[in-house]
Design a protein around this ligand. Structure first.
Ligand code: GDP
Ligand code: MN
Length: 393
């Protein structure tokens, strides 16, 4: 689960990681009132959305007057923020963080992440911060340093020194000490909150030598939320894709992807296999959707609605192995859904398992034109052919 910057900074504050003074606002008036309580000018207005690269997209604005606080907030709240991560659709912004501006001397990068290969947390540090760290890692990998954490001992002072003393030119001792203290505390945040990522980009050295987290990104492992009640309470449903939200409400496992072939499958393993065969046939899946092993007719209907809710979808592949979910139940669910939402794209169905004959019969006798495939390969082939025909015509 991702946290907003303002939420992550609240946590940093509690753990003693220095952050600029500020608070969140949902309107231009509220932003002005907040600015009045902060030292400034300058103030910084920052869009609160789960997407990096807000700076480049106009989601971070440094302003010098109350009028500008107002216009900047109105501009940010008024239109979807488009960044590399949100794609061209952009993301609606509901909140801004109003902060006291900071005079930056140097922008660094600091993060604690999970190193899956080593099965250990790793501290990542770079003196080239404030920019896309993946780009730095590609262009000049020697500028991105790593320290792996031994969980027997925890984060060790020598590791902090090894990272901090890599800075060139070397800052004054006080600044180095503050930097190492931020590393200690970031490690504590990471461990205490079951994070998969705790990132500060940029971590700045200010003109007066202070070390401060200007940005904050915390990602908490979903599997730990049962023991992170306080974090779970910070969940912001507005940040989720509307279709994913709808799926979640109905207990359907659905992840939206970039392709144009919608897939409805029962069982996560079969869903992954289905995405593989779609890819192998030259197609691109529009989603991962698992209605679950024991799906009801209502859930099939809902799943169908969700898939069709994605305008990119140009054809649908339904791949069901009837075990607990009987094929006749599936067939009736699909018909009910088709009637309810109207089918605007070709639907290819592959059915196997319990009551398969009855299921096929129900589909064949309906007046809707479903294509029934004999096996998975044929289904994938049919669905990709539908797509290429549609593109050509
Ligand atoms: P991101 O683009 O979504 O990662 O948003 P950030 O919070 O990292 O802000 C982007 C950039 O805005 C930073 O790298 C800084 O250069 C700049 N910025 C943010 N806050 C301040 C501030 O208080 N003062 C100044 N001068 N620049 C700031
Ligand atoms: Mn940033």
């Amino acid at each position: 689960m991702k946290l907003h910057e303002y939420q992550a900074k609240e946590i940093f504050r509690r753990f003693g990681v220095p952050v600029p003074d500020g608070s969140v606002a949902t309107s231009a008036d509220e932003a002005c009132m907040t600015a009045e309580t902060l030292n400034g000018p300058p103030w910084v207005i920052k869009a609160q959305v789960h997407a990096g690269g807000r700076g480049k997209g106009g989601g971070v604005r440094v302003v010098d007057s109350h009028d500008e606080v107002k216009t900047a907030t109105e501009a940010i709240l008024g239109q979807p923020l488009i960044t590399k991560q949100t794609g061209s659709e952009g993301r609606k912004v509901h909140k801004v963080l109003v902060e006291q501006g900071v005079k930056i001397d140097q922008e660094l990068y600091l993060a604690m992440a999970m190193d899956r290969d080593a099965a250990r947390p790793v501290m990542i540090f770079s003196q080239s911060g404030g920019v896309d760290i993946e780009e730095v890692a590609e262009r000049s990998p020697e500028l991105v340093l790593r320290e792996s954490v031994d969980l027997e001992t925890g984060w060790m002072p020598y590791q902090g020194r090894s990272l901090a003393y890599s800075l060139d030119p070397l800052p004054v001792p006080e600044t180095l000490k503050n930097l190492m203290s931020v590393m200690d505390r970031l490690y504590k945040v990471f461990m205490s909150l079951d994070c998969s990522l705790a990132e500060i980009n940029p971590l700045v050295i200010t003109k007066d030598g202070k070390v401060m987290a200007l940005d904050a990104k915390i990602d908490v492992d979903d599997n730990a939320l049962f023991r992170q009640k306080e974090i779970s309470a910070l969940y912001d449903p507005m940040e989720k894709d509307p279709l994913e939200r709808e799926a979640e409400r109905n207990n359907i496992n659905y992840i939206r992807l970039d392709g144009n072939i919608g897939a409805m499958v029962n069982g996560a393993g079969l869903a992954m296999a289905t995405m593989d065969v779609i890819k192998m046939a030259g197609g691109e899946p529009a989603n991962f959707l698992d209605v679950g092993g024991g799906a009801s007719e209502e859930m099939i209907t809902k799943g169908f609605e969700i898939i069709l809710g994605d305008e990119k979808v140009k054809a649908i592949l339904i791949n069901i192995f009837g075990g607990i979910l009987r094929c006749d139940v599936l067939a009736r669910g699909v018909l009910a859904a088709a009637e309810k939402v109207g089918v605007r794209v070709p639907v290819i169905i592959r059915l196997e398992g319990t009551n398969v004959e009855e299921g096929r019969k129900i589909l064949e006798e309906s007046n809707l034109e479903f294509m029934v495939a004999g096996d998975m390969a044929e289904a994938a082939d049919l669905v990709t052919r539908q797509i290429s025909q549609r593109i050509q015509s």
